[in-house]
Design a protein around this ligand. Structure first.
Ligand SMILES: Cc1cc2nc3c(=O)[nH]c(=O)nc-3n(C[C@H](O)[C@H](O)[C@H](O)COP(=O)(O)O)c2cc1C
Length: 174
């Protein structure tokens, strides 16, 4: 089962978060996860994927303009309808708008007809209500993106598990 993680990133934080999510996904048996910057998306891989997670840095508490343009101009040409969808963000301030970024990406995914999943409270701790947010150490000395690694990998693993349940194991439950 293929899963894709698509991101925008200028200074590498969101790229790193995407790679952690993909590592978590591949902890689930039979998963092939790949990450793509929005400028180099392998459309055939994404179209074949059962799930797609999309992430952006927070720019003025919004997704980046490049991610917004990609969602409007490119993503709508992909076969996203019916796939599992998730979202994530990186920020430099704890209260820098990460969840607003996630919520707006999830809104786009719903418009595309995707089935959105965050894991929420399904597995208890860590609770991930909308999607994982990582705070880097640019401005807050007590913070570092590495501190959030587990949230990204755990989210990736849970997302892959849910995709397997829906798309691979459904027959067992019917
Ligand atoms: C133009 C611009 C606006 C930004 N606005 C915010 C913001 O509103 N809140 C925040 O926490 N960080 C903000 N940041 C910081 C980035 O969101 C943060 O450093 C992020 O991790 C960068 O991701 P990247 O390394 O993948 O490019 C801003 C950065 C830039 C360049």
């Amino acid at each position: 089962m293929k899963l894709a993680v698509i991101y925008d990133s200028k200074t590498g934080n969101t790229k790193q978060a995407a790679e952690w999510i993909a590592q978590g996904m591949m902890q689930e048996e039979g998963v092939e996860a790949q990450t793509f910057h929005i400028s180099a998306v392998d459309e055939a891989f994404v179209n074949a994927a059962k799930g797609v997670v999309i992430g952006s840095p927070s720019y003025c508490a919004l997704m980046t303009p490049a991610m917004h343009d990609w969602l409007l101009e490119k993503a709508s040409n992909l076969d996203l309808a019916g796939k599992l969808g998730g979202a994530f963000a990186t920020v430099q301030y704890t209260h820098g708008g990460g969840e607003v970024v996630i919520q707006s990406i999830l809104t786009n995914e719903l418009v595309f007809g995707m089935l959105c999943y965050s894991s929420g409270g399904e597995y208890g701790n860590p609770y991930i209500h909308l999607g994982p947010v990582g705070v880097n150490g640019n401005k807050e000395a007590h913070n570092a993106l590495e501190n959030y690694k587990d949230y990204f990998t755990i989210f990736g693993q849970r997302f892959a598990k849910k995709a397997r349940e829906i798309f691979v194991e459904t027959g067992d439950r019917l």
